[in-house]
Design a protein around this ligand. Structure first.
Ligand SMILES: NC(=O)c1ccc[n+]([C@@H]2O[C@H](COP(=O)([O-])OP(=O)(O)OC[C@H]3O[C@@H](n4cnc5c(N)ncnc54)[C@H](O)[C@@H]3O)[C@@H](O)[C@H]2O)c1
Length: 258
């Protein structure tokens, strides 16, 4: 196959959760620019529709739908809608994240809320959509993890910002997602589904000046991620360009941990 065809997502039906978020918008754009039919789903349908409309105006095939991955019924409704409308699903990108917990001392209820979306909900939507991908003859799953699921917090990043220490649930469920990726790679291989992850570092979003100084001096590439940095990695893992790769994780941190 020609290398351009290996990288193409033409005729691929792609579901991304949280595709209107910070990294989500970059991922949605990449998947649609590679000619995929992209559905972005989240509980914030108005936001999703605004983002989808902006991409549509550029000629990209992006639509928005509703899902709350903490709500099983909404996952089943979305799965049935995709089956009815497209007759298949080729790619799932798990990008959604809920951040109810703020710091180490936050109430346990916030931990539980986080797990409902980021642990139970993540598994629920992945298992249901994997069934649809299997019905379609196979495909790929890309989990958007974080370098924070691989390494402990570097507290010196927060010096002089007045910020509290980062939230513990995030390190827990991102580590779980990293590990679940390898579990699912083995479980779903017989259904012709590959499962990989990307573990990004921080994306630039106008953070506190002192945080940016603390952080970037540890990054060999000298900056946070920009809006283009993740695009190649997701198209690579979603497409046939990575056809013999499963259970793999791409750490995308500008060299911070090399
Ligand atoms: N922002 C960063 O610097 C950074 C760094 C490393 C990894 N990541 C990862 O990238 C992914 C996206 O992060 P972001 O910062 O762009 O997030 P964000 O907060 O900008 O967006 C999160 C998205 O998740 C969706 N969401 C929230 N609750 C949901 C639910 N119950 N069901 C379905 N969708 C739900 C929201 O609608 C939103 O679109 C996450 O997995 C995050 O862990 C982000």
């Amino acid at each position: 196959m020609h290398v351009k065809d290996l990288w193409s997502l033409k005729n691929k039906v792609i579901l991304i959760t949280g595709g209107e978020g910070k990294y989500g918008r970059c991922l949605t754009e990449a998947l649609a620019e590679a000619d995929g039919k992209v559905i972005t789903a989240s509980p914030f349908l108005d936001d999703g529709q605004k983002v989808a409309q902006a991409f549509k105006e550029r000629g990209l095939d992006v639509t928005a739908d509703y899902v709350d991955q903490a709500d099983h019924e909404s996952i089943i409704t979305l799965k049935n809608k995709i089956r009815d409308k497209y007759g298949k699903l080729d790619v799932l990108v798990n990008c959604a994240v809920a951040r109810p917990m703020k710091t180490y001392t936050s109430p346990l209820e916030d931990w539980e809320k986080s797990m409902k979306v980021n642990a139970t909900g993540l598994f629920d939507i992945t298992r249901e959509m994997a069934e649809l991908i299997a019905e379609s003859g196979g495909g790929t799953i890309v989990n958007i993890c974080s370098m924070m699921g691989m390494f402990g917090p570097d507290l010196s990043n927060y010096e002089g910002t007045g910020w509290d220490v980062p939230m513990p649930d995030y390190f827990f469920h991102k580590g779980g997602m990293f590990s679940l990726t390898r579990y699912l790679a083995r479980i779903l291989a017989s259904k012709n589904i590959r499962v990989n992850s990307i573990s990004p570092g921080g994306i630039f979003a106008g953070q506190h000046e002192q945080f940016l100084k603390n952080y970037t001096r540890k990054v060999p590439l000298g900056r946070l991620a920009n809006n283009d940095d993740i695009k190649g990695a997701v198209v690579f893992l979603a497409s046939q360009a990575s056809s013999y790769i499963t259970g793999e994780n791409i750490l995308m941190d500008g060299g911070m941990h090399c």
